[in-house]
Design a protein around this ligand. Structure first.
Ligand code: DC
Length: 222
């Protein structure tokens, strides 16, 4: 048993299964799972509550000093708080999803969240998932994994979780988010040069978790 602190970065597009896979892998390894998308979602939710037009970057930037975000873990499940109020459930709507990908393209928002994310990884071993963890947030992470799957497979997985939404709508939504996340000027979604690429298109959930745990164990000999 060592007291060494390790960071694992998992990046990839929406719907590649990152959060479920990262959460289960963290459980298997005794690491804390950090979902950074939830932090962007909380900012988006704050903007929606304040009726800020998120297309106006200056308005969003002006809102930031008033946004009080904290997080903690309840039975290993990350909880998000906005001004002391638990908003873990509220940030999962599709309105918050698309708003999050808009606010995430604003440089001031990314800067605002950078220290918060790095701070968590300084104190404990983490598996952190997001879009720019291996490239920007934790460039020295011991392990970097880029999880991906075809856009159709990702949309299908999302669609199966939803009810009464036409598949075409979900497909367009996932494609639009990819477009925004990959083509923004700041910290676009892309694999780090030293990331292990893992295509989950043909893997089921358990196979994906096993593959991730194996990649991590190989790299840091746990
Ligand atoms: O992973 P998610 O769907 O909860 O993320 C919500 C949005 O936040 C997503 O469209 C991209 C953005 N995001 C980001 O830009 N950087 C991160 N590290 C995590 C999420």
């Amino acid at each position: 048993m060592t007291n060494q602190i390790y960071s694992v970065a998992i990046d990839g597009p929406a719907g590649a299964g990152k959060s479920t896979i990262a959460r289960q892998a963290a459980k298997a390894l005794g690491f804390v799972y950090v979902d950074t998308g939830a932090i962007y979602r909380t900012i988006a939710y704050a903007a929606i509550l304040s009726k800020v037009d998120v297309k106006d970057a200056q308005m969003v930037e002006a809102l930031l000093p008033q946004v009080q975000i904290t997080m903690d873990w309840l039975d290993g499940v990350q909880q998000m708080y906005l001004a002391q109020e638990n908003v873990t459930g509220e940030i999962r709507t599709s309105e918050v999803s698309s708003t999050a990908s808009i606010v995430a393209a604003i440089p001031a928002v990314r800067q605002f969240l950078l220290d918060m994310q790095r701070d968590v990884a300084r104190k404990r071993s983490v598996i952190m998932d997001g879009r720019d963890i291996g490239t920007v947030v934790l460039p020295d992470a011991a392990v970097k994994i880029y999880l991906f799957a075809s856009v159709e497979v990702r949309a299908k997985r999302r669609w199966l979780e939803m009810q009464h939404v036409p598949f075409e709508t979900v497909l367009m939504d996932v494609a639009a988010r990819d477009e925004r996340d990959m083509n923004r000027e700041i910290a676009p979604l892309k694999p780090a040069q030293d990331a292990v690429m893992l295509d989950t298109s043909k893997l089921d959930l358990q196979q994906s978790i096993d593959a991730v745990v194996e990649i991590i164990r190989k790299k840091i000999a746990l």
